[in-house]
Design a protein around this ligand. Structure first.
Ligand code: HEM
Length: 514
């Protein structure tokens, strides 16, 4: 035996290594043992590789639903993670009376660690106190001009499309509507959040590569969120300045942080500006400068990508479904005959809510392609029972958004397809059930979306105004739009040929303007 081998066999290094190994093996066995009564892919009992692989490839949306079909409504997806596909149980899990809080998974989405925002707060009591400070702002109670901000964004979009993207018999000007919708939503959220548009539509460009970089980082964030120790490491004092976006970055998310920081800075100090916008409301209710910065950045991200996705999903389904498209145009044209609305005016929220097929289409778009479909785990300090299955304390309980939102008992035998009419033909009882599960697209209970009201206003107005002004032909019928299921939907390439609608042409003609 060499000296080294002798040392390893008998020395402290050997015993140190052996102890670590025994500890790791013990942890694997214990990890497997705790949830051994819950079925799932065998590898998920020992390792999170199954879940990581599906997450990285953007497959969790479909695969978790497949797993619920194969193993039952509760199945194991990693040593300490289970997925639930039963709609009523998910509503209970997220409800106000639930004993479950958010798991540390949410900490993976901190943009400016160690500062939390509403979405990264996990402790129920802290979150409730913080949420109370935000509710008057997000709910619009304290904010003047939300509707005007939305209208302004739509008019900017109209200007851009009219000037650059109208095709004629002799000229073909294809337009990526997915991008233009995203620019619109970013401009609107800037106006609502800071009282100033972010200027994406005017530039007709992805300013500072913000969209590109945010989209690239989403799948990575979903992966990091699965491993609490990686979150701690990357967000530690020593590493975060190298790996997290910084306000000094010239591009991307960092640049947006810098912009938010400069807007927020104007609201503090001796010459502080007071304004009746969302930021003003947050500050009025006690947010300090750093927290206001972090919350404002969250607002830009959560308030633009989600609504952009909902609008794009609605448009993609409308313009590829002839029956729905023509029915919607009839609804709009009937509305316009009774309510003359010049092109310079935007439909009101009350008017848009009075259009049943339009509202049904928006709900169906959110249901079939939920903008936020990540696993969103909850944990409890107590053992619990879900669908009759014992869930030990400390287990991450995720939802399968696809299993829940495409449940055939709730939404009908054809739940897997987009059919807006289901919302108009369902009887009272079924409709109540559908509505209560549809709610989950915005989260529910103590943790539910604070921007739901604003989102529905934006969606109703934007989709109506797009449909009444222009008509669309899909450029690539083989692949009208590209969806990437990264926990938060990434969509691109809704390429269309655009013509003005007959109503819009007439309304813009000299006679129409009279
Ligand atoms: C169609 C659009 C939208 C969808 C589908 C959506 C969906 C969601 C979901 C699923 C959650 C997470 C709930 C959870 O953790 O259980 C959430 C949280 C949140 N959303 Fe939205 N959202 C949308 C639009 C907006 C808008 C426009 C804003 C702001 C202007 C916003 C602000 C927020 C905030 C602040 C939270 C955190 C709430 C809390 O933790 O108390 N959202 N949203």
């Amino acid at each position: 035996m060499t000296l080294l081998a002798e040392f390893l066999v008998a020395g402290p290094a050997f015993w140190g290594l052996a102890t670590i190994l025994i500890f790791i093996i013990g942890e694997y066995i214990w990890g497997y043992y705790r949830l051994r009564h819950i079925p799932g892919p065998w590898i998920a009992g020992f390792s999170d590789l199954w879940l990581m692989r599906k997450t990285w490839r953007g497959e969790t949306f479909k695969e978790l639903a497949k797993g619920c079909g194969q193993y039952g409504p509760v199945f194991r997806i990693a040593p300490n993670f289970v997925a639930v596909g039963d709609p009523a149980e998910v509503r209970k899990l997220w409800g106000v009376r639930s004993k479950f809080d958010r798991s540390t998974w949410y900490k993976g989405f901190r943009l400016d660690p160690p500062h939390d925002t509403s979405i990264t707060m996990c402790d129920g009591d802290d979150h409730a106190a913080y949420r109370a400070k935000l509710a008057p702002g997000y709910g619009g109670r304290d904010v003047a001009g939300i509707h005007e901000a939305v209208d302004d964004g739509i008019l900017r979009l109209a200007r851009l499309i009219d000037e650059k993207y109208i095709s004629t018999e002799t000229e073909y000007r294809p337009c990526d509507l997915a991008r233009k919708v995203q620019y619109t939503m970013l401009d609107i959220v800037g106006q609502i959040a800071f009282g100033e548009s972010l200027g994406f539509l005017d530039a007709d460009a992805d300013k500072w590569d913000y969209i590109k970089q945010t989209e690239e980082s989403l799948p990575v964030m979903q992966m990091i969120a699965m491993r609490p120790w990686i979150i701690k490491l990357l967000q530690s004092r020593y590493l975060r300045k190298f790996v997290m976006p910084s306000a000094k970055d010239p591009v991307g998310l960092g640049r947006m942080i810098g912009i938010a920081r400069s807007f927020v800075a104007k609201r503090f100090g001796p010459n502080k500006v007071e304004a009746p916008d969302m930021l003003g409301s947050f500050i009025k209710h006690g947010l300090d400068q750093r927290t206001a910065e972090a919350e404002s950045i969250l607002q830009v991200i959560s308030g633009s990508d989600t609504t952009a996705c909902a609008v794009r999903s609605a448009l993609a389904h409308i313009i590829t479904s002839p029956l729905l498209y023509s029915s919607l145009l009839s609804e709009i044209s009937l509305f316009l005959t009774t309510t003359p609305l010049p092109p310079s005016s935007i439909i009101t929220n009350t008017q848009s809510k009075s259009l049943p097929l339009l509202q049904a289409t928006l709900k169906e778009a959110l249901r079939i392609w939920p903008p936020i479909h990540g696993v969103m785990p909850r944990v409890s300090k107590f053992d619990a029972t879900i669908c009759g299955v014992r869930i030990p304390a400390g287990t991450n309980v995720c939802w399968s958004s696809c299993a829940v939102l495409r449940n055939t008992e709730v939404f009908g035998a054809d739940a897997e397809i987009f059919r807006a009419e289901r919302w108009l033909t369902a009887d009272k009882e079924r409709l109540a059930g559908m509505e209560s599960i549809f709610d989950l697209t915005f989260g529910w209970g103590r943790w539910g979306c604070l921007g739901r009201g604003i989102a529905m206003v934006e969606m109703g107005k934007v989709v109506f105004e797009i449909l009444r002004r222009w008509q669309f032909t899909v450029v690539d019928t083989e692949r009208p739009i590209l969806n990437q299921w990264a926990g938060m939907m990434i969509q691109s390439g809704l390429w269309v040929r655009i013509e003005k609608s007959e109503w819009y042409r007439k309304a813009q003609s000299p006679e129409g303007k009279k």
